[in-house]
Write a protein that binds this ligand. Structure first.
Ligand code: SAM
Length: 281
C-alpha cells in the first residue's frame, strides 16, 4: 500500500506557534524533507524531535528528490515536508511532490498551522472574504503586467508577498497602477517582537516606508477596486507609462487601461501609443 505525505506548517517567527500535531508527525515519519535542513534542525532541536532521516527539498533539487520520494511513497513510506517557515507550497516548493504522491496513490495530509497570508489578512481589517492570494509580486515583464491588470479590476481583497527591500518600489508601482488612494495594509514581522500592521493609502504607505526603511518580512493586503472611482488624466497616463516601461505590449496596455479606468477602446489606444513613444518602445 502506498504511504503518506504530510505537509507540515511550521512557525513564521514565533517558535511557540508549532502545533502538537506537527511535533508528533515530524517525530514519527520515515523521512523529513526540509527546504533548509540547518534551519529545520533548529526547530527540531527546540522541540527535541528526533528524526531518522532529514533531507533537503528545495527549488534546485526538487525534480530529483521528487523522483526519489515518489518511489519511497509508492513503497509505503511516510514523508513530511516542511518549508523554512509557514505552510509548504505557499510561495514555497512542494507542488511537484504533492502531485507525485497523488499519482502513486499516497495519502496527502495537511498539518495546518501558521501562514503569513492568513495572519496578515485576518488582522488587516480588510474584508477577508472573498480574497485572492498572488504570492510574490513579479519583478518585471509579462507577469507583472498581468498582475496589474488583475488587481485593477479585482473587486475584493488581494494579498501579496514582497521583500522589505522592494516594498517601497512596489507600493509606488501599485499606487501608479491602481490609484494613489487605494487603501492597503502592510503587515510586517508577523508573530515576532516587532509585529506591525500599518494601514493607509498606497501613496501614504509608500511615503511612510520611504522615510522608515522597513525591516523584516512583509505582506501587502490591498483593498478591492472601487468601481466608481473618478480618475485624473495624469493618473491614467502614469499608469500607461509604467506598463510600457515594464515591457507591456500596446494591446496589453489598452486592455489594462480599459479594465482599470473604464476607458473607451479608442481613447485607451491613443494613450497606449503615446506612452509607448514616451517610453521609447
Ligand atoms: N510558506 C510561507 C507562508 O506560509 O507564509 C511563505 C514563504 S515565502 C518564501 C516568504 C514570504 O512570506 C516573505 O517574503 C513575506 O512576504 C511572507 N512572510 C513570511 N513570514 C512572515 C512574517 N513573519 N511576517 C510577515 N511576512 C512574512
Amino acid at each position: 500500500m502506498a504511504g503518506t505525505l504530510f505537509l507540515v506548517s511550521t512557525p513564521i517567527g514565533n517558535l511557540d506557534d508549532m502545533t502538537y500535531r506537527a511535533v508528533e508527525v515530524l517525530g514519527s515519519v520515515d523521512t523529513v524533507l526540509a527546504e533548509d535542513t540547518r534551519r529545520t534542525r533548529i526547530l527540531l532541536d527546540h522541540y527535541r524531535i528526533a528524526v531518522d532521516s532529514l533531507l533537503s527539498y528545495h527549488e534546485h533539487n526538487e525534480a530529483a528528490r521528487t523522483q526519489e520520494m515518489r518511489t519511497a511513497l509508492a513503497a509505503g513510506a511516510s514523508v513530511a515536508l516542511v518549508s523554512d517557515s509557514g505552510t509548504p507550497l505557499i510561495s514555497d516548493p512542494g507542488l511537484r511532490l504533492v502531485r507525485a504522491a497523488l499519482e502513486v496513490g499516497a495519502r496527502v495530509v495537511p498539518i495546518p498551522g501558521p501562514s503569513a497570508v492568513l495572519g496578515a489578512l485576518v488582522a488587516s481589517g480588510l474584508d477577508p472574504q472573498p480574497f485572492s492570494f498572488f504570492g510574490f509580486v513579479p519583478r518585471s515583464g509579462r507577469e507583472r503586467t498581468a498582475l496589474a491588470a488583475s488587481l485593477a479590476r479585482l473587486p475584493h481583497t488581494a494579498v501579496l508577498y514582497e521583500s522589505p527591500q522592494r516594498l517601497v518600489r512596489t507600493l509606488e508601482w501599485l499606487a501608479e497602477m491602481l490609484g494613489a488612494e487605494r487603501p492597503a495594509v502592510v503587515a510586517r514581522e508577523l508573530t515576532k517582537i516587532h509585529e506591525e500592521f500599518r494601514a493607509g493609502t498606497l501613496a501614504g504607505l509608500a511615503g511612510h516606508y520611504r522615510q522608515h526603511a522597513p525591516r523584516g518580512e512583509v505582506v501587502i493586503c490591498l483593498a478591492g477596486a472601487s468601481l466608481d472611482a473618478d480618475y485624473g488624466e495624469e493618473e491614467i497616463r502614469a499608469a500607461a507609462r509604467n506598463l510600457a516601461a515594464d515591457g507591456a505590449s500596446t494591446r496589453e496596455i489598452v486592455q489594462t487601461l480599459r479594465d482599470r479606468f473604464g476607458l473607451e477602446r479608442n481613447r485607451a489606444y491613443e494613450i497606449a501609443l503615446q506612452s509607448g513613444e514616451e517610453a521609447g518602445t
